[in-house]
Design a protein around this ligand. Structure first.
Ligand SMILES: [Zn+2]
Length: 105
């Protein structure tokens, strides 16, 4: 999945969550949910850096450990200062999963 789609989805989810009473999201949370896409930096360790028909869960080292990353995301989800980082990571892996299922890579 491309970065603009990740960021647009993050912004949409941030807007939805920030309207829920009791969450009171701020710019720090916005920075956290967008910075969750830094997990894609593992693309830099593969050649070519971007290939549209490559399965990230089989090639990139942070995506290969998706079970640990999702477990970490759930833990982060319940710690309020970094809750949006957990939400962002869960969204990132969900979008990547949807992408590989849709594109059949
Ligand atoms: Zn990714």
């Amino acid at each position: 999945m491309t970065i603009p789609i990740h960021i647009a989805t993050n912004l949409a989810v941030f807007l939805i969550l920030s309207n829920i009473p009791g969450i009171e999201a701020n710019y720090y949370d916005l920075a956290l949910i967008i910075s969750s896409n830094l997990v894609d930096l593992d693309h830099l360790f593969s050649r070519p850096i971007y290939h549209p028909k490559r399965n990230p869960f089989k090639t990139h080292f942070l995506h290969k450990k998706w079970m640990y990353m999702i477990a970490l995301s759930f833990i982060l989800f319940f710690v309020r200062p970094v809750m949006f980082l957990g939400v962002g990571l869960l969204l990132h892996f969900l979008l990547d999963y949807i992408y590989i299922k849709r594109e059949k890579v």
